[in-house]
Ligand binder design. Structure first.
Ligand SMILES: NC(=O)c1ccc[n+]([C@@H]2O[C@H](COP(=O)([O-])OP(=O)(O)OC[C@H]3O[C@@H](n4cnc5c(N)ncnc54)[C@H](OP(=O)(O)O)[C@@H]3O)[C@@H](O)[C@H]2O)c1
Length: 375
């Protein structure tokens, strides 16, 4: 019997997750919650751009709570803990890229209680945080002993990120440095990345200072830089860097860094990706030291459609091709697809886990499944 899975929100991650569910031999699509009124009642196949699936989207949470389903992949724009608790209480396992990666006992408490009441499990995952920032460095660290330092770093060109509102109003691109540095981004990122750092320090056994040190830097344009928010004027923020660091006796032992650049030209300071280009990079110092570089999860400027692109509508984060919020076009950024895949592939293990909140440190080894035509 296949596990029945509901997709909660059909943005970039949600659409990729539905496609992943349809390809996974142990899963079947049971339903979809949508935020946008225009998608309400539509066949999910129509929303994701395939033929009809006979599964219809709803914007009623009550409909989803009443549905007979094993799991929900919860991927809305912003997490609502009460919503997640209700899903758990209704007896549905929840897998999500929007939080609860490695929550403290206090952060986890209300959701653990809901999960226990529903006899199900909550699991936070993703790509970064949720993959290259902690899970994969930890997995790779098994090839070393006497570890002294772990670094996880993202290098991305945000000219492929076609979400102008998010870039401008949330991420602070195009703002003055002061405004960007005091904006919401650091706090929004802290939640997930501090959990990622703590997962590394706890698992590796560093006697780290409980305070994770955070820092941010900006680079400004020195000439107009074309971007998804239009030209970024000289003096305005065109690149951002965020760091999270755990220390032992003042020395760094785990560091996660995110480098987000609007290209590599006309920046002050003159930041670049270096010869390696866009990538995720993981380094372990111990016996031996090594570095692993992963490519393929970042699109290149000029690619047809970037992550969560909005074409021709104010419908939040959906990829649509017409003013009536029509069918989905283009393909999502590989990083978005990877995030969705991590959720989808985790569902069987999460459904089989003991009730509560389960992190990577609790779940068994999880992998993808072969394509249907090869299995
Ligand atoms: N951990 C990671 O590595 C990672 C990676 C990628 C994304 N994420 C997170 O995953 C989530 C989904 O990302 P995405 O790329 O799919 O985003 P997205 O393309 O912007 O889609 C988000 C969806 O949320 C729904 N939505 C819009 N406004 C909403 C509102 N006010 N309240 C509730 N739902 C609303 C919409 O669903 P409908 O279209 O169905 O109406 C929208 O399509 C985000 O929170 C993102 O930060 C995490």
């Amino acid at each position: 019997m296949a596990l029945r899975v509901v997709q909660w929100a059909t943005g970039g991650v949600g659409i990729a997750a539905i496609k992943g569910i349809l390809e996974h031999p142990e899963l079947e699509l049971a339903g979809a919650w949508v935020h946008s009124a225009a998608k309400n009642g539509r066949d999910v196949g129509d929303i994701i751009g395939t033929g009809p699936l006979g599964v219809f989207a709803t914007n009623s949470a009550a409909d989803i709570l009443a549905l007979d389903a094993d799991a929900v992949i919860y991927a809305p724009l912003l997490p609502d803990p009460d919503e997640v608790a209700a899903l758990l209480r209704s007896g549905k396992n929840v897998v999500t890229p929007v939080g609860w990666l490695y929550p403290s006992a206090k952060q986890a408490a209300p959701l653990r209680e809901a999960a226990l009441a529903g006899g199900v499990t909550l699991h936070g995952t993703g790509i970064a945080p949720g993959g290259f920032s902690e899970k994969f460095p930890l997995l790779l660290s098994v090839l070393s002993t006497g570890v002294t330092f772990v670094r996880a770093e993202e290098f991305s060109d945000l000219r492929t990120y076609h979400a102008p509102d998010v870039l401008r109003h949330v991420m602070g691109f195009g703002d003055t440095p002061d405004k960007a540095m005091s904006g919401p981004m650091q706090k929004m990122l802290d939640g997930g990345f501090i959990q990622a750092v703590r997962m590394c320090t706890d698992k590796l056994g560093f006697r780290a200072d409980p305070r994770v040190v955070t820092a941010q830097e900006v680079a400004v344009a020195t000439a107009p830089i074309p971007s998804p928010i239009g030209d970024i004027a000289p003096g305005q923020v065109a690149a951002r860097r965020f760091h999270w660091e755990a220390q032992v006796d003042g020395e760094p032992v785990v560091r996660i860094t995110v480098n987000w650049l609007m290209g590599e030209e006309n920046l002050d300071p003159a930041w670049t990706f270096g010869p390696e280009g866009q990538r995720y990079e993981m380094a372990v110092r111990g016996n031996p030291d090594f570095t692993v570089v992963v490519r393929g999860f970042q699109g290149e400027p000029g690619d047809e459609v970037g992550p969560g692109s909005i074409v021709g509508s104010a419908d939040h984060g959906s990829i649509v091709d017409s003013a009536d919020h029509g069918s989905i076009v283009g393909s999502a950024e590989p990083g978005v697809v990877g995030t969705a895949a991590h959720c989808v592939n985790s569902v069987p293990a999460v459904c089989a886990a003991p009730p509560g909140v389960a992190t990577y440190l609790d779940l068994p080894f999880v992998a993808a499944r072969a394509a249907p035509h090869l299995s």
